[in-house]
Design a protein around this ligand. Structure first.
Ligand code: TA6
Length: 296
């Protein structure tokens, strides 16, 4: 169903029969809400988020494309997150059907101005779907439609902001012993040691070639988020902590305690598409009550 969001921006509300829901803004194809069947919000959106172009919405699931962060000449995280997408009424079929009635298809094509900063022709299709159990599924399909025979390369991330009760009680499992780039140490390459990842200061790391499943355990809420990804080898973990929080105009000073970004991404190895080729990147999120033996 269509609705008006903050500042009159168009959004689409998805509702699943058991009660879960999600909201997607056409601005950025940005998921700003994902609620379980108890109506509890599972994504973090800042109280100070600015819902006004060209600023990207702080929270939810920004789409980083065709560039991650400032790893290139484009604006931070590329431009997909601050463009107006269209509803795609007739998307090409998926090889496997979406087992859901609650979904929407969006499409982004380059404008004349976009071509000046990134001189390529493409179709970027995003399907956002709610599964019967309330899982949130995002499928991105990027096709090279260049008519000049040229390939293009890009990096990508689903920059997901999870809502957590207390960051100091959170741990992330599935990234132990992996190599990562530390953005706080001039992107040096390190290897993670020891146990699950916990948080006591700013973190901004790109884990490389990760497993397809990562878990975020929120002890206080007794909730585990399970992130499943496909076509996205890397995973970014980010929490700005207190100093960086204060430096961001669209983020509350204490909000870092209640969020964690775990981002399914393709960063280290860029994706290259020849004309006519298509890439697919899938993210599946579920939120389950933690049992005593979770993580074992
Ligand atoms: O994904 C982590 C990161 O690249 C951080 O370095 C951080 O600054 C953040 O994303 C947010 O970027 P933004 O452009 O949305 O302020």
């Amino acid at each position: 169903e269509f609705a008006k969001g903050v500042n009159g921006l168009d959004k689409i509300i998805l509702r699943e029969s058991r009660g879960s829901s999600a909201e997607v803004y056409l601005y950025g194809a940005h998921v700003t809400s994902w609620k379980n069947d108890h109506g509890e919000e599972l994504l973090f959106v800042s109280n100070k988020a600015i819902f006004k172009p060209p600023k990207a919405i702080r929270g939810g699931i920004p789409i980083c494309f065709p560039q991650f962060a400032n790893h290139g000449p484009l604006e931070s995280h590329g431009f997909a997150r601050n463009r107006f997408w269209d509803v795609d009424n007739d998307p090409p079929p998926f090889p496997t059907p979406t087992h859901s009635k609650a979904y929407v298809d969006l499409i982004l094509r380059p404008s004349e101005d976009d071509v000046k900063v990134w001189p390529h022709s493409y179709e970027f299709r995003l399907r956002v779907a709610l599964g019967p159990g309330g899982d949130l599924m995002l499928t991105s399909r990027v096709r090279n439609t260049n008519s000049d025979g040229k390939p293009f390369s890009f990096s990508f991330a689903y920059h997901t902001y999870f809502s957590v009760s207390d960051i100091s009680e959170v741990r992330v499992e599935g990234l132990e012993t992996l190599d990562y780039f530390d953005n706080l140490k001039s992107r040096e390459r390190f290897t993670e040691q020891g146990d699950a990842i916990t948080f006591e200061s700013e973190v901004d790391k790109i884990y490389l070639s990760t497993p397809t499943k990562i878990a975020i355990l929120d002890h206080e809420k007794k909730r585990t988020f399970v992130v499943r990804k496909d076509g996205l080898p890397d995973a970014v973990v980010w929490n700005p902590w207190d100093k960086k929080a204060k430096a961001m105009a669209d983020f509350g000073d204490d909000e870092y305690k209640h969020m964690l970004c775990v981002e399914a991404a393709a960063i280290e190895k860029h994706i290259t598409l020849k004309p006519g080729e298509e890439w697919k990147g899938r993210l599946e999120l579920s939120a389950v009550p933690s049992s005593y033996c979770s993580g074992q």
